[in-house]
Design a binder for this molecule. Structure first.
Ligand code: GTQ
Length: 347
């Protein structure tokens, strides 16, 4: 029970507070205002080779329509049953089989898709379709209608990242089924990228999606080339290696309102010095192999694996092959609310 170490007099006093829904701060002050963050979340690696067959098995158990979204949630072992990958972030692996569609709906949480397998999957967001290819980073802004499908002949698999736990904390999750399989299209494919994704902007540019970027597919071939060229052009940062963040072209900020996203490139043999930050992160291995150390634990990762990195644990990377690593984190919220902190170590 609570207050076990308190003296009998104090406990008798606390017993009078409890029925009045009142509590003594001095018993819990160190816990609710600690000297530094201690995340309850565990660092964890999900191995794609182990999950892929199970995801495909779900494909024979139920249709995408039946499931609405056929997803295996990557649940942090510290939060079983809570659909959380870190304390604030949700990640899952979604499967769409050939010819299937996942029906149109919208919700207040933002979603990102990071494409893992298949070249003929598509998502339709707010009236525009984009074909999703491996390595593409795709955004579903808050309250935008979206449906997904697969026009290829093999399975389509991607990682979903959502800020559901953040909105749950604020008790502000709403959702809305469209009622039909697909929301109508109002623009040709590629329209957003042409208008906003070429270093050019419409004269009176404002995002149709509020605080989310008007680019909703950042294609991997461009991102990869930008990283390779950046690595050739300058020495890597000791802590960040070669990292480029996905930005909203309208204001230069993060591409999504609550979730920060970036990609890190390390060449074979390269490593980073340890650092820690208050944001929790999810790392998806796009290409390459290596190790990631989080606090006391070191995980060996390979292509398509996913790793949860809790807040304020020292982390560093070692690449045994050329690596391209996608990250999303709650850093955008930390920065907007003014409590982002990080610390970089020299060894
Ligand atoms: O694709 O709309 O993994 O609404 C969780 C909730 C995916 C989606 C998820 C969702 C979606």
């Amino acid at each position: 029970m609570a207050y076990e170490s308190a003296s009998p007099e104090r406990r008798a006093y606390y017993d009078k507070l409890t029925p009045l829904s009142t509590a003594p701060l001095w018993e819990v002050l160190g816990t609710i205002v600690p000297r530094e963050p201690t995340s309850k979340a565990e660092s964890h690696l999900w191995r794609y080779d182990a999950l892929r067959p199970l995801l495909l098995e779900a494909g024979s158990l139920l249709t995408a329509r039946e499931a609405e979204r056929r997803v295996l949630v990557l649940e942090n072992p510290a939060y079983v049953g809570q659909s959380r990958t870190t304390s604030t972030l949700y990640a899952g692996l979604q499967l769409i089989l050939p010819g299937e569609t996942a029906p149109a709906h919208r919700h207040t949480p933002s979603a990102l898709r990071f494409m893992i397998e298949g070249e003929q999957g598509f998502t339709q967001v707010g009236g525009e379709r984009t074909t999703m290819r491996e390595g593409d980073f795709v955004i579903t802004p808050p309250w935008a209608w979206h449906d997904h499908g697969n026009e290829g002949d093999g399975p389509v698999i991607w990682m979903d990242g959502l800020d559901i736990p953040i909105l749950q904390y604020f008790e502000s999750v709403f959702s809305d089924p469209y009622g039909e399989e697909q929301h109508p299209l109002s623009r040709p494919e590629g329209d957003s990228l042409a208008r906003y994704g070429q270093g050019l902007l419409p004269m009176d540019a404002s995002s149709p999606y509020g605080m989310a970027s008007p680019i909703f597919n950042y294609p991997y071939d461009r991102t990869r080339e930008a990283l390779v060229r950046s690595a050739q052009g300058a020495e890597p940062d000791p802590h960040l290696a070669t990292t480029l963040r996905y930005s909203n072209p309208i204001d230069g900020g993060w591409a999504m309102p609550a979730m920060a996203t970036w990609m890190t490139h390390l060449t074979r043999g390269q490593s980073t010095l340890p650092m820690r930050s208050t944001d929790s992160q999810v790392m998806h291995v796009v290409e390459g192999r290596g190790t990631v150390t989080v606090g006391e634990q070191t995980f060996t990762f390979g292509p398509k694996d996913v790793v949860a990195l809790p807040s304020w644990q020292r982390r560093c990377l070692v690449a045994s092959e050329d690596c391209f690593l996608f990250f999303f984190s709650d850093r955008a919220v930390h920065e907007k609310l003014g409590f982002y902190r990080e610390q970089r170590f020299s060894a």
